[in-house]
Design a protein around this ligand. Structure first.
Ligand code: ADP
Length: 246
């Protein structure tokens, strides 16, 4: 199959019979087949080691599948030539757990970097960057360098950076892992707003309460395979007889 546009469909992601085996030989992903429509909001869940990060990395072409098809926005991802991969990735906002912030650049420069590459005016870059830094609640750190920020603050900068270029696809790997619960809900609401503007969103999380609260389509993995997902109530008694999380 060629790399160039395969055919125009409503699918943002088409994955068929996908296997991923790392060098140690065990299947990180096994026989994954799924479709994600343009404009969907998806929770990708499963216990640690289930294969969530691997799936996101394959979508971003940070890794190659062992076998199977992976087509994103009509592009045959493993076949995208190396000299075109930056163009492909430019349409994807990616939030990973290692943040990948540029240490010698300020928060403002980190977030606005891609807009500079795209030749946007300073005025537009600053307006858009400030707007997002405000939305993630970190506008007061605009001139700070990453190493002076806490993990949660760096996470918020990486969220702003992923959104600054209005991506058509947002991939977020445990984006609220380092945030306290109120802020986690704010960030999820921000993702819903982005989704309302047409961005397809995939949030990997093991936070069952968060998934339940937002009630979107769930793709659940367990040891590399897609499994059914059901929300089970947690009942706390602690002698009070009170129930929570119904
Ligand atoms: P999750 O994000 O759900 O925690 P991962 O995708 O990180 O799961 O990992 C899935 C499986 O692949 C795990 O068994 C993990 O140990 C293995 N794995 C992940 N990355 C690598 C790697 N770079 N080399 C070898 N094995 C890996």
């Amino acid at each position: 199959m060629e790399y160039e546009q395969i055919k125009s469909t409503d699918n943002m992601i088409h994955i068929k019979s996908l296997d991923m085996v790392y060098s140690r030989g065990s299947y990180a992903l096994a026989d994954i087949t799924l479709q994600i429509q343009k404009g969907e909001f998806i929770f990708l869940t499963g216990p640690s080691g289930a294969g969530k990060t691997t799936l996101l990395k394959l979508i971003l072409r940070e890794a190659y599948p062992t076998s199977g098809e992976i087509i994103v926005n009509g592009k045959n991802v493993p076949k995208i030539p190396d000299n075109k991969i930056h163009l492909y990735r430019r349409g994807i906002g990616a939030i990973f757990q290692d943040y990948k912030l540029l240490q010698r650049k300020t928060v403002l420069e980190n977030v606005s970097f891609v807009l500079k590459v795209l030749g946007r005016s300073r005025r537009e870059r600053n307006r858009r960057t400030l707007d997002l830094l405000r939305k993630v609640g970190i506008q007061h750190k605009i001139h700070s360098f990453p190493q002076s920020l806490s993990g949660g603050e760096q996470q918020r900068v990486s969220i702003a950076r992923a959104l600054v270029n209005n991506p058509s696809l947002l991939l977020a790997d445990e984006p609220t892992g380092n945030l306290d619960p109120d802020l986690a809900v704010e960030i999820m609401k921000l993702f819903l707003d982005i989704n309302m503007t047409g961005t397809t969103v995939i949030v990997a999380t093991h936070d069952r309460e968060l998934i339940h609260r937002f009630g979107r389509r769930v793709i659940a993995l367990d040891r590399g395979r897609i499994v059914p997902w059901t929300y089970k109530e947690r009942i706390f008694s602690f002698g009070s007889g009170k129930e929570k999380d119904k």
